[in-house]
Design a binder for this molecule. Structure first.
Ligand code: GLC
Length: 505
């Protein structure tokens, strides 16, 4: 496979604050991450995507950026970030960082200037009167300042939206991209990518946003082999595909797949739709089961309703942990067998459940407060990782951790799982290693093994079979090189995936 690295990459998402704490203050940091790079190397990932690491008051976990050219002191220093990039590269791991162009932080120098001087408000959305837009986090999307004007924030009030009609805003972000490309980053994940350009009546997916990405693509291409990944929650596939034209973003997250229930016809529909959207424009699809904004898969798949939707309505609904783990294992092998890129959100490889019983006082997500508690927010998938030991902080670093870890995670630590051939971690390691050899980018061909079964072959001769029906199914010919659970008399039980390799092919 001599194609560009990003066409078939396995990308591991690091939520820095919860990954590993190197200085004992209870929050993850760059020292912690650098110390765990060998773990990521052993896991077998091609790239790391880091959530925002910039100086931030953390009103929205760092998506309120005060300075796009620095590092949040809780996480480390710019010098350390450069060391981290070099060390990751030394291990053959690419580094992708988040860029947040839709909004800034009220603590940013530009916003402070705008507050102090009504003549310096051009870079944001200030109006004399607000309209009826609602914030995505709940409540009105406008906040009034002391002199009576209102500013727009599609998210929290601490996240004022930029005005992308401002030439200064455009030029500054181009400079930010260069700043980090020059420091070696291999790409950007573009936050809220469809929201940047607005007019008085609409705030999503306006045509002129594409000019921004055409320009960004030129810059990325100047540096060679660097990529732009869009966060686009757009239901319209035609509109979605426009962002992935050859002179715009390289790839985008597949939120249809992430939100899809564990149901064979629906999954098949989403996979077909994904391929139909991406193939004609030559962009690789991505397969995503989890991230820092959504319910952990083992919890979601153990519920009666296995879909994901924003709004948190399913929070706390009963979940069968055994079923959830079984399906999450099967789903991981399914996702990794599909053509294109795959994402792994930290802790997914440990099979961590959503922590649904966090004390209310510990919750930090603005979604929780802004919905008056109706939406429990996203903290439950952001709890610090358990690395070793029998009790909190499970080798994470200092205690107390910034979000409390539950009792009962001793068996889920990376250390405990490393030595266990049946663990989720072992499954992910084996799958990522086989994937590197036999899967990644390319094409797939469906096999018909009945309505409850998703089966397909890949160019390399690997066949993936997932049984979503109730009855065991007979496997097609080939060596079962990896299964998400034990086979029964050569049959594939319910909620299980097998990878078969036919050396003849
Ligand atoms: C994206 C991020 C999310 C953040 C929001 C506002 O959706 O993934 O975590 O809250 O943008 O920046």
């Amino acid at each position: 496979m001599s194609q560009a690295w990003w066409r078939g990459a396995a990308i591991y998402q690091v939520y820095l604050r919860s990954f590993a704490d190197g200085n004992g203050d209870g929050a993850g940091d760059l020292t912690g991450l650098r110390g765990r790079l060998p773990y990521l190397k052993d896991l077998g990932v091609d790239a790391i995507w880091l959530n925002p690491w910039y100086p931030s008051p953390m009103a929205d976990g760092g998506y309120d950026v005060a300075d796009y050219r620095g590092i949040e002191p809780v996480f480390g220093t710019l010098g350390e970030a450069e060391k981290f990039i070099a060390e990751a590269h030394g291990l053959g791991i690419k580094v992708i960082i988040d860029v947040v162009p839709n909004h800034s932080s009220t603590a940013s120098a530009w916003f402070q200037e705008a507050l102090a001087d009504p003549g310096a408000r051009e870079r944001f959305w200030f109006r004399d009167e607000p309209n009826d837009w609602q914030s995505i986090f709940g409540g009105p999307a406008w906040t009034q300042v002391a002199d009576g004007q209102w500013y727009l924030h599609l998210f929290a009030p601490e996240q004022p939206d930029f005005n992308w009609d401002s030439a200064e805003v455009r030029a500054d972000f181009e400079d930010v991209l260069r700043f980090w490309f020059e420091r070696g980053v291999d790409g950007f994940r573009v936050d809220s990518a469809a929201l940047l350009v607005k007019d008085e009546t609409r705030w999503e997916d306006l045509d002129p946003v594409h000019d921004v990405y055409r320009r960004w693509r030129e810059i990325a291409d100047e540096y060679g082999d660097r990529i732009l990944i869009g966060e686009l929650w757009l239901p319209d596939q035609e509109r979605f595909a426009r962002y992935l034209r050859p002179d715009e973003l390289h790839t985008a997250f597949n939120f249809d797949f992430l939100s899809c229930p564990w149901e064979p016809a629906e999954l098949r529909r989403v996979i077909d739709l994904t391929l139909a959207t991406h193939t004609p424009i030559g962009a690789p699809p991505t397969w995503v089961l989890a991230n820092h904004d959504v319910t952990r898969p083992v919890t979601r798949y153990g519920r009666a309703d296995t879909s994901f939707a924003h709004g948190g309505a399913l929070h706390g609904s009963p979940s069968d942990p055994v079923l959830g783990v079984r399906r999450a294992r099967a789903a991981a092998l399914l996702a990794m067998a599909l053509p294109g890129c795959v994402y792994v959100y930290q802790g997914e490889e440990l099979g961590l459940p959503e922590v649904e019983d966090l004390p209310d006082a510990a919750r930090q997500d603005p979604m929780y407060a802004r919905s008056g508690g109706a939406n429990r927010g996203r903290d439950g998938c952001r709890v610090p990782l358990p690395w070793s030991g029998a009790e909190p902080p499970y080798g994470f670093g200092g205690a107390p951790t910034w979000l409390p870890q539950p009792e009962g995670w001793a068996a889920l630590t990376a250390e405990a799982q490393s030595a266990d051939p049946g663990s989720m971690l072992t499954l992910y390691r084996r799958a990522l290693s086989l994937r590197r050899e036999l899967l990644g980018d390319g094409t797939m061909t469906w096999l018909d093994l009945g309505p409850g079964v998703l089966a397909f072959t890949r160019d390399s001769g690997l066949t993936s079979v997932t049984n979503l029906g109730a009855e065991p199914v007979r496997l097609p010919p080939g060596d079962p090189v990896l299964t998400s659970g034990p086979l029964t008399d050569g049959h594939l039980p319910a909620d299980t995936t097998a990878w078969l390799y036919d050396r003849q092919t």
